[in-house]
Design a protein around this ligand. Sequence first.
Ligand SMILES: [Zn+2]
Length: 324
Amino acid sequence: MEEIRPNLFRLRIPLPDSPLKYLNSYVIKSDDRNLIVDTGLNRSVCLAAMQAGLEELDIDITRTDFFITHLHADHFGLVSRLVSDTSRVYFNRPDAELIESWEGFEPMIAFAGQNGFPQDELRAALESHPGHKFGSAWVPELKLMAQGETIQIGAYHFQCIETPGHTLGHTCLYEPSEKIFIAGDHILIDITPNIQCWEDTQNPLRNYLDSLDMVSGLDVDIVLPGHRRIFTHFHERIRELKQHHQHRLEEAEEILSKGDRQSAFAVAAQMSWDIKSESWDAFPVAQKWFATGEAIAHLRYLERDGRISQHMEAGVVVFSLKNN
Ligand SMILES: [Zn+2]
């Protein structure tokens, strides 16, 4: 536990077996109600770390509300184990609708198959996916927040800032007078937030880059991210993240410039990934799934931008440069 600003604390909730290592849960204490931002997975090791931290901070859970930045299980999963009868759980509408309409992994597996991914391998891998095993047991009543609405905790006034990209409804918190930005998984340091696309209509990378532009106008002294370390150089990190995706877009175009029409899975196999492995074939299936989702997000962006085209060939979506 560490105090970052007066009455604003960070708890590190361990995420075993994850390259993310831990989730940062932020606890804001006040004489009236407390606020916990993001919670961890619904598993005992996370619950134990959370309970130990709350005890150390002398937090009365019956006077505590929650803000969850997005629907992923490492942020949302534990909240149902922590809420009291009086807790408000602040959340966003797009992710709430995704939770409501969730029909299991099958539609995503079918979509992955259409993009060249071996479906049976993926189905087997997803059964042990942490989001599947350690998601919320039930969904508490959610108080849906929109852009600009505020949550007041003690001296802090946090504004909700909608930042779609990592998920459709991802929302950050901004404290303008203290210049604090609680970033969720929108802006991370050392690692780049995962931007994936697993359905036909959205353009998540477009959303993500627009969201980066939108927050770049904010005056920020300290960034409190959902994972890894706290940092200060907000604007420089935004520029790096934008540059990272520009390079990825160029890389995808470069791969397609070799000629043949290729599936997203085939493109992903040729992109460069920050994964310690000898070859694409040696990647764990879960990593191939992440990589392919990222490749689809970049190909979708290029396609919507009119830079590449897509066709169906024998039931598989294939991409090519415009003139091929
Ligand atoms: Zn996360």
